[in-house]
Design a protein around this ligand. Structure first.
Ligand SMILES: NC(=O)C1=CN([C@@H]2O[C@H](COP(=O)(O)OP(=O)(O)OC[C@H]3O[C@@H](n4cnc5c(N)ncnc54)[C@H](O)[C@@H]3O)[C@@H](O)[C@H]2O)C=CC1
Ligand SMILES: O=C(CO)COP(=O)(O)O
Length: 333
């Protein structure tokens, strides 16, 4: 029997996942924008976020959060991190008891330093909370290019039940029980993608990008394990996998932000010109606080932060990193 999936958020990834789950379930997507709703229902497209992509014909869209949520056996949250809590609160009165809630977001709430599943646990205690994450650039998935992802839930039985809801022939979904590690891998790699974007924009070269990716992995593993994630998770799809895809792709919004900064544009101008979210811009702020709380050194994130918020240039960031004493690669983390 097919499950009912309610998916909140009609942006590029929310719409992509809704189109995937429509193959395996009855999916209703909620979008704020009436025109997006009409377009998905009548033309099976979402031209604002996914130009040229044809969505699954059975995907139903609504602008009523109640309609999207009230029959759902699974709730999927495709809302960016800084708005996640407010949308969840709006949906709360209509959510059936104890259904699993899966986050698609890759960020950390700025005001509380909380992960999305922590927000779910606070707002809807008792609901199993998990995350779907991995190297999943939405535009490639719509092009029919193969990809792999992870569904992470503390309860393996629930993850196994959800696995077929998100899987297709070209979208391979693995299970993982390390929710903390999977969430942090997705959020922290965005800062590294801004860093490699800056390098690429300033023509730093392929060796520099490889060094940033590799040392970036070490850095995010250090903070991620200090916060309770499992080391192995950071070597998997949610960690290294997503890091490699995002840090080396011009399709990544975070890489794009870094790239344009590397070419000399201001952050304000870049954000003004974008119609999509680049989560790493806000995550870079939270991570500086988390690094302090957990006493973890985050040199790449620190340089990204200084460029984004303290007026440093990409050259300053480069010099800042090169100046650091290089320790042993075998030091923990
Ligand atoms: N696009 C991608 O390739 C991937 C994105 N993600 C993550 O998925 C999350 C969602 O990203 P996208 O769909 O790509 O973002 P997007 O920028 O394409 O769309 C954001 C969506 O959220 C909605 N939204 C924003 N604020 C809202 C509010 N206050 N109330 C209601 N709706 C609101 C917007 O209307 C829009 O529909 C992000 O955390 C992102 O990091 C994860 C994997 C892949
Ligand atoms: O998370 C992503 C790919 O896995 C998408 O990255 P961006 O948000 O940088 O586009």
């Amino acid at each position: 029997m097919k499950l009912n999936v309610g998916l909140l958020g009609g942006g590029s990834w929310g719409t992509t996942v809704a189109s995937i789950t429509s193959k395996n379930s009855h999916t209703t997507i909620w979008a704020r924008n009436e025109e997006t709703v009409r377009e998905i229902n009548e033309q099976h497209t979402n031209s604002k976020y996914l130009p040229g992509a044809l969505l699954h014909r059975d995907l139903k869209a609504t602008s009523s959060i109640e309609e999207a949520v009230s029959d759902a056996d699974v709730l999927v949250m495709g809302i960016p991190s800084q708005h996640f809590r407010s949308v969840l609160r709006e949906a709360k009165p209509f959510i059936r008891p104890w259904i699993p809630i899966v986050s698609l977001a890759k960020g950390i709430e700025l005001s509380t330093k909380k992960r999305m599943t922590e927000i779910i646990a606070e707002e809807l205690p008792g609901h199993p909370a998990g995350v779907l994450t991995g190297p999943n650039l939405a535009k490639e998935i719509h092009n029919g290019q193969a990809a792999a992802a992870v569904i992470a839930m503390v309860d393996h039985t629930i993850a196994k039940k959800l696995q077929p809801v998100f899987s297709t022939g070209l979208f391979r979904v693995y299970t993982n029980n390390d929710v903390i590690g999977c969430e942090l891998g997705g959020a922290l790699k965005n800062i590294m993608a801004i860093a490699t974007g800056m390098g690429d924009g300033a023509n730093a070269g392929d060796n520099t990008r490889a060094a940033l990716i590799t040392r970036g992995l070490s850095e995010l593993t250090r903070l991620g394990t200090a916060m309770g994630g499992k080391r192995r998770t950071f070597a998997g799809l949610a960690g290294m996998g997503d890091l490699v895809a995002t840090c080396s792709s011009s399709k990544s919004r975070n890489h794009h932000v870094g790239f344009e900064i590397g070419r000399g544009k201001s952050l304000t101008q870049i954000i003004e010109e974008m119609n999509e979210v680049a989560e790493g811009v806000k995550t870079a702020k939270v991570v500086m606080e988390l690094a302090e709380d957990y006493k973890v050194d985050m040199p790449i994130s620190r340089e990204v932060y200084k460029v984004l918020y303290e007026g440093n240039t990409v050259i300053d960031a480069f010099k800042g990193l090169v100046k650091l004493e290089s320790g042993s690669e075998q030091e923990p983390g």
